[in-house]
Design a protein around this ligand. Structure first.
Ligand code: AMP
Ligand code: GLY
Length: 438
C-alpha cells in the first residue's frame, strides 16, 4: 500500500479534466484540480451558478443527458481525465460506459459502487472480510423484518437497502419505533430503495469519515474529517446531507488510523479484488468510534459532501496526477501527495425549509470572494440571464477557511458567512464545537 516518492514521468499528459456533478463537492474538486500542476482547464457538467467563479473552471453544457453526447463532448474537448462526483451515476455504471469508450475515469464501476448502492451487499462484504461493523440481518418482506425484531427484542437501526439520497436510515429508540420504521420502509417511504432492508445493531459513539484514493490494488489516505449531519445546533433536528465539517479530525489518532487501514481499508480492497472488482475511485468509510474501537457504519463510493470542500484546500498540486494514476491503476507512478498541516473548517448555508422542503429562487448577495485561505464553494445556486445569483434549493453554498488552529479557521469562516446574504438563509453556529476553544 505504501507509495514511493519517485514520480515516474511515464503517466500520460494531463491538461483537461471533466468533473461530473452539480454540488459543492464538485465545485471544490474543480477548484482544487485547476490549481494542480499543468492543468489548463477543468470542465464541470452540469455544474452550478458558482462553477465559473473559479478561474479556469468552465461549465460544459450538453444538449441532452445521454451518454453518447457526453462521450462525444469529452473527445471534442480533449478531456484527459473524468472525475465522477455523485453516487447515482456511479451506481448506474457511468464509469464503465466512459471507460469502454476509451476515456480515463476516476470513480468505481457499477460493481464497486455497490459498496454504497446496496447496504446488504456492503454488509456481506464486511462480514466476509471480517471488518469491524455492527451485527445485522437482512429482510425482503415486512413480515420477515418484524419477526427478526421480535426475536432480537431490542431497538434496531433500519436501513433501506438501496440509494435514498442519504435519507434511508432510521435510528429508533424503542422496539415500537423500530417496527414503525420497518413498516414505513416497506410501504415505500424511500421508494424502490426500501424494497428490502438491513436491520442493524445500534452502535454508540462519535462519527468520523476516512477517505482512501484507490487504484484498484493500492490506496493513499486523506486526513480524517468530521461531518455534522443534523440540521440544528447541539446535533438536534433532522438528518441532512451535512451542515459543516472540519479536518483533520483529531478524534482518530495516528494509531487508530493505522488500525483502520489494517482492519478496514486493506481487507475491503482485497475482498473487492477477490470478487473480481477493480475499484478505481474513493472509498469513503463512515466510522463510529465505539468502546470496542472504530467500526464501519457505512461505505460510500465517492467523496463526502461537505467533507470534500473541507479537504480540498489541504491538498497539494499533485492531486490531479494522483487521481489520474488511480484511474489508470498505477498509483506507484504518481508523485507523493503533499497535504497541508493546517486546520480546515467548513460551514454550509442552506435554504429556508431545508432538508424537507427547501425554498428556491432567493436572490444571493455575496460580498466576499475566494482568496488564499478562504474559499466559497457554491452548490444549490444558478445565475439568471443578467448574471444575478439565486438559490436553487437545498444546500446553497459553503464557506471554507484554513488556519493554524481550528479557532482561527472557524473565526474566518463565520466572518466570511456574515458577508453572504439571502432570504431565509440557515446555518449552524456550532460547527466544529468538538475542536474549538472559543
Ligand atoms: P448511513 O446512511 O448508513 O450513514 O446512516 C446515517 C446515520 O445513521 C449515520 O451517520 C449514523 O448517525 C446513523 N447510524 C447508521 N448506522 C448506525 C448504527 N449501526 N448504530 C447507530 N447509528 C447508526
Ligand atoms: N456528508 C455525508 C455524505 O456525503 O454522505
Amino acid at each position: 500500500m505504501s507509495i514511493s516518492n519517485n514520480f515516474d514521468q511515464s503517466l500520460p499528459h494531463l491538461n483537461n479534466i471533466l468533473v461530473i456533478g452539480n454540488g459543492g463537492r464538485e465545485n471544490a474538486l474543480a477548484w482544487a484540480l485547476k490549481g494542480c500542476n499543468g492543468i489548463e482547464k477543468v470542465w464541470v457538467t452540469p455544474g452550478n451558478g458558482g462553477t465559473e467563479n473559479h478561474k479556469g473552471c468552465k461549465r460544459l453544457y450538453l444538449e441532452d443527458q445521454n451518454e453518447k453526447t457526453l462521450i462525444e463532448s469529452c473527445f471534442l474537448h480533449s478531456i484527459d481525465l473524468i472525475v465522477i462526483g455523485p453516487e447515482a451515476p456511479l451506481a448506474a455504471g457511468l464509469a464503465d460506459k466512459l471507460r469502454k469508450a476509451g476515456l480515463v475515469v476516476f470513480g468505481p464501476g457499477a460493481n464497486g459502487a455497490q459498496l454504497e448502492a446496496s447496504k446488504s451487499w456492503a454488509k456481506d462484504l464486511m462480514k466476509e472480510a471480517k471488518i469491524p461493523t455492527a451485527n445485522y440481518w437482512t429482510a425482503t418482506t415486512e413480515k420477515e423484518a418484524l419477526s427478526i425484531l421480535q426475536h432480537v427484542k431490542c431497538p434496531l437501526v433500519v436501513k433501506a437497502d438501496g440509494l435514498a439520497s442519504g435519507k434511508g436510515v432510521t435510528v429508533p429508540d424503542s422496539i415500537e419505533a423500530t417496527a414503525e420504521a420497518i413498516k414505513e420502509t416497506f410501504q415505500g417511504k424511500f421508494g424502490k430503495a426500501g424494497a428490502h432492508v438491513v436491520l442493524e445493531e445500534k452502535l454508540q459513539g462519535p462519527e468520523v469519515s476516512v477517505f482512501a484514493l484507490c487504484d484498484g490494488k493500492k490506496f493513499i489516505l486523506l486526513p480524517p474529517a468530521q461531518d455534522h449531519k443534523r440540521l440544528l445546533e447541539d446535533d438536534k433536528g433532522p438528518n441532512t446531507g451535512g451542515m459543516g465539517a472540519y479536518a483533520p479530525a483529531p478524534l482518530l489518532s495516528k494509531e487508530d488510523l493505522k488500525k483502520v487501514v489494517k482492519s478496514v481499508l486493506e481487507p475491503t480492497l482485497s475482498t473487492l479484488n477477490k470478487r473480481g472488482i477493480n475499484y478505481r475511485g474513493v472509498i469513503y468509510a463512515g466510522l463510529m468510534m465505539t468502546s470496542l474501537g472504530p467500526q464501519v457504519i457505512e461505505f460510500n463510493c465517492r467523496f463526502g459532501d461537505p467533507e470534500c470542500q473541507t479537504l480540498m484546500p489541504l491538498m497539494g498540486p499533485e492531486l490531479a496526477r494522483i487521481l489520474q494514476a488511480c484511474a489508470l491503476g498505477c498509483l506507484e507512478k504518481a508523485p507523493k501527495l503533499t497535504i497541508s498541516n493546517q486546520c480546515s473548517a467548513c460551514v454550509v448555508s442552506a435554504a429556508k425549509g431545508y432538508p424537507h422542503n427547501p425554498r428556491k429562487d432567493d436572490l444571493i448577495s455575496l460580498e466576499i470572494t475566494s482568496g488564499d485561505l478562504l474559499q466559497i464553494f457554491q452548490a444549490g445556486t444558478y445565475c439568471d440571464e443578467k448574471g444575478m445569483l439565486f438559490t436553487s434549493g437545498g444546500r446553497v453554498l459553503s464557506v471554507v477557511a484554513q488556519g493554524n488552529n481550528f479557532d482561527d479557521a472557524f473565526t474566518a469562516v463565520y466572518k466570511g458567512l456574515s458577508k453572504v446574504h439571502f432570504d431565509g438563509m440557515i446555518f449552524r453556529k456550532d460547527i466544529g464545537h468538538q475542536v474549538r476553544q472559543s
